[in-house]
Write a new protein. Structure first.
Length: 318
């Protein structure tokens, strides 16, 4: 009967993803159903670790993190955990042979958030981003390539650059909360209390370079099962960066930038058009064979002129 428990565990990871991030959920929904579950499982694990260090202020965070790490390794050793998030994650780790070095690097960065308040050198900054974001991209890439080591080696640098770009956008978006509430400053040699236009533009230029490299060397070369979902996430974060760029540097600490739900749906439809016209170089039959339910709604919206609310309804149900 463990199959039933495993299904419940996977459903819990899916629920965590949908509850904590509507934008990421939308991107995951655009992946093939063959790999969607495992990306939910990865997100559930990294989200819970992040919640420990960022949210649970009334509890002993160090103890919670120690127990979380211990329980993960017990679950990996025993092949089961009564914590459904850990149970589902260890399944994905074992299924795709995700190296322990990635999990250790991730946990190291999470534990750094318990005490480290400022990153003064680029080396410290890069190490933190590697653990908090790059390795998450590599975990997902392990799922996407499904054992194809040659493809993994080809795409791993781009996966890391895309993870870095996502994380740096998050840093820029969350400046106020990180600086004022959590007393953290991630960008080295930048006075966040007096952020000027030059410093802000340097950060944006760095993120744009990461995005450009990841798109040309990674997103375009992903397997069909993963390509549109990753492209959707890429488009979302690039749009978010454009909105952040438009905010004056002196106001960015006082402004919470987000992408509204209607804009997300608009972005989805526009992304699908670009995806069909510019990215996919496989046969239409192969594309249809890997079409998810949201792909179907987007296609019907374009081909049959479906009402916009049909798309909104589908996105909320899938």
């Amino acid at each position: 009967m463990k199959e039933l428990f495993d299904r419940v565990s996977n459903d819990c990871s899916k629920l965590v993803t949908k509850s904590y991030s509507t934008s990421f959920s939308l991107a995951v929904n655009m992946l093939s159903t063959e790999i969607r579950k495992d990306i939910y499982n990865i997100y559930g694990f990294v989200r819970f670790a992040d919640e420990i260090v960022d949210t649970f202020h009334d509890y002993n965070k160090e103890q919670l993190m120690t127990h979380f790490e211990r329980d993960y390794y017990l679950s990996k050793e025993q092949g089961i955990s009564l914590n459904p998030i850990l149970n589902s994650f260890q399944q994905t780790v074992n299924k795709y042979n995700i190296p322990d070095e990635m999990i250790q690097a991730f946990l190291k960065s999470m534990k750094a958030d318990l005490s480290k308040r400022e990153y003064q050198t680029k080396e410290e900054y890069d190490e933190y981003i590697y653990g908090s974001a790059d390795v998450v991209g590599l975990m997902c890439l392990k799922v996407f390539v499904n054992g194809n080591d040659e493809m993994y080696d080809t795409l791993k640098d781009a996966a890391m650059r895309l993870g870095s770009a996502f994380q740096k956008v998050n840093f820029l978006r969350d400046l106020k909360d990180d600086f004022e509430l959590l007393n953290r400053s991630y960008f080295p040699n930048v006075d966040l209390g007096k952020l000027n236009a030059i410093s802000k533009q340097l950060i944006i230029d760095e993120i744009e370079a990461d995005f450009d490299y990841a798109y040309k060397n990674g997103v375009l070369k992903l397997p069909i099962e993963a390509k549109f979902g990753v492209y959707m996430a890429y488009r979302y974060y690039r749009r978010l960066l454009k909105k952040l760029e438009a905010v004056p540097s002196e106001k960015i600490m006082d402004t919470r930038i987000r992408i509204s739900d209607p804009m997300k749906i608009n972005l989805l439809a526009r992304s699908y058009v670009k995806y069909k016209l510019k990215i996919i170089s496989v046969s239409y039959t192969h594309l249809r064979a890997h079409e998810t339910s949201l792909h179907l709604v987007c296609r019907l919206l374009l081909e049959k002129n479906f009402h916009f609310r049909v798309l909104v309804r589908a996105c909320s149900l899938v």
